[in-house]
Design a protein around this ligand. Structure first.
Ligand code: GDP
Length: 234
């Protein structure tokens, strides 16, 4: 990089940082003076599907990936935060279930729906292939800024969940666990499950957790805020 272009680059990044600091400050000011209405939904449109890292779209935009065991409710979670049933339909279209599916957010950033793991009907070689593509995406995608891990609150923290959380911790990747289908348990059991899991992972620095119900919309606002906090700084 020549001295001139390096300077231009520095200047650009300073301007960018200053602009974002101003926006952040304005947000803070708004919070102090007037009630800012909560963001009800993330406006997302399907961008593309990719079978592997090589065929992913250009990595210029902050991406938040959604992972989870098949049937934990990942598609329902995506539907809920976008208020859009078509989101899940896109990812469940035959041929796309084992792909990485990309959705652009109108506010900037992307959601990436990773193939659900443990899909009973997929053969062993198909599972190995997509697992490799997911692992490559997670370990090499430079613009990945956070991982949302969807679990069924009745069967949380299974083997691959544990592997993903260990990987996120080792690579300092921010992760957020959703204990989905909370509506299936009493509120005292929900709290107990959350407390147990928090205790188990208390040593993980970049990890947060919450209760969620895609069916009832419980926890929707907290998840939207988490995604926005990642994509705004990514
Ligand atoms: P995915 O395979 O992880 O994408 O899971 P889906 O979103 O397809 O959900 C699997 C099943 O769980 C469907 O029958 C959903 O209706 C159901 N489901 C998903 N989220 C919830 C939830 O929060 N509460 C309840 N009761 N059912 C849910």
């Amino acid at each position: 990089m020549s001295a001139v272009s390096y300077f231009a680059y520095l200047l650009q990044s300073c301007t960018f940082r200053a602009k974002h600091a101003r926006v952040r400050a304005r947000g803070l000011y708004n919070n102090m003076t007037q009630k800012v209405p909560p963001i009800e939904r993330l406006d997302a449109t399907f961008l593309t599907s990719a079978p592997d890292l090589r065929r992913c779209p250009r990595d210029a935009v902050a991406e938040v990936a959604f992972a989870g065991r098949s049937n934990a409710g990942k598609s329902s979670v995506l539907n809920t935060i976008t208020n859009n049933r078509k989101m899940a339909k896109v990812s469940k279209t035959p041929g796309r279930t084992q792909m990485l599916n990309f959705f652009d957010l109108s506010r900037g950033g992307r959601l990436v729906d990773l193939p659900g793991y443990g899909y009973a009907k997929a053969g062993k070689s198909a599972q190995a292939a997509w697992q490799k593509s997911v692992n490559q995406y997670l370990s090499r995608r430079d613009n990945l800024v956070g991982l949302v891990l969807v679990m069924d609150i009745r069967h949380p923290d299974q083997a691959y969940d544990q592997e993903l959380l260990a990987w996120a911790d080792a690579s300092a990747m921010p992760a957020h666990v959703l204990l989905n289908k909370a509506d299936k348990l009493s509120s005292s059991r929900q709290q107990r499950e959350l407390k147990t899991l928090r205790g188990r992972y208390s040593a993980h620095e970049n990890l947060s957790m919450q209760l969620f119900s895609a069916l009832k919309g419980t926890g929707k606002q907290a998840l939207i805020e988490k995604v926005l906090s990642w994509t705004a700084t990514g």
